[in-house]
Design a protein around this ligand. Structure first.
Ligand SMILES: [Zn+2]
Length: 284
């Protein structure tokens, strides 16, 4: 996988270099599966498990990039978005010549499935409030609430790893799935406790990873969000259903080109202009 710069207005586009260069824009209308991971596609051509790299683009404020990939799945790396942050910082980010467009939520929108729920409500910035509740002694109930910007993403969310239960990994392996899953790219939870010898990166790493997934999924709206997002036990499927629902509620949102929030961030990075962008070629 190679990540390359892209012009203003491109958005995030995946390119299957092994499939005649088929381009798949990372947008909700191209989502073809969201059960275990988020998969986008066009025709027979797919790219799966895009949520962690999408979270890195969102969290780092990157609007435009081409992700060239010669296979159907984004590399798992260590199960988090930490490596992307390191590589994006190394490669550098470039401010581009167009004002940034945000999605502003104008009225509350919710999507519910059983005891799972995700709600978007109006806010000046991007806030996430996520609650999980697993009937397992290693996880139990966890809640994470924070305003999300580049600083909080890098410090509190990017390195939180995906997690799975050992009994589920065994079942997936029997069905030929998740064959690459190991203690190197996930937190694996046994009957009582975490099996990784190094332990957890955060006491509440599980809910932080759910926040990472949520941020990545929501970036499929095609622009950064100004909203308060309250999620309870939600996952990729609910996030995608909410975004599709939002697309059908034109009165609930609008695009806006507000500068204030972003200018604060770019000023800290020493950039003199108002729109962000990408000037990097990071390879994996
Ligand atoms: Zn994940």
């Amino acid at each position: 996988m190679t990540i390359k710069p892209a012009r203003e207005g491109t958005g995030i586009v995946f390119v299957r270099t092994d499939q005649a260069g088929q381009e798949i824009p990372a947008r909700i209308d191209n989502v073809v599966d969201c059960h275990f991971a988020t998969t986008i596609g066009k025709g027979q051509c797919r790219v799966s498990t895009i949520e962690h790299i999408m979270a890195a683009f969102s969290g780092m404020g990157i609007d435009n990039a081409r992700v060239e990939i010669d296979g159907p799945e984004v590399p798992a790396l260590d199960g988090s978005a930490g490596a992307y942050v390191v590589l994006f910082r190394k490669a550098g980010l470039k401010v581009q010549d167009r004002a940034r467009r945000y999605i502003e939520i104008l009225e509350e929108v919710s999507f519910t499935n059983g005891d799972k729920k995700v709600t978007l409500s109006p806010a000046k910035d991007f806030f996430v409030d996520f609650t999980i509740d697993f009937d397992h002694p290693a996880i139990k109930a966890q809640r994470f609430r924070k305003k999300i910007n580049r600083q909080t993403f890098e410090k509190s969310i990017a390195s939180a790893r995906t997690f799975g239960f050992l009994k589920e990994v065994d079942m997936l392996h029997k069905n030929g799935l998740a064959l690459g899953a190991s203690l190197d790219n996930a937190v694996v939870i046994g009957a009582e406790c975490v099996l990784n010898s190094e332990g957890l990166r955060f006491r509440d790493e599980f809910v932080r990873h759910k926040v990472l997934d949520l941020i990545g999924d929501l970036y499929l709206l095609g622009a950064p969000l100004k909203a308060r997002v309250k999620a309870v036990k939600s996952g990729h499927e609910l996030h995608c259903n909410l975004m599709k629902f939002l697309a059908e509620c034109p009165s609930a949102w609008r695009f806006s080109g507000s500068e204030s929030g972003y200018c604060d961030r770019v000023t800290k990075w020493g950039y003199p202009v108002t729109a962000p962008g990408l000037g990097l070629a990071a390879s994996f």
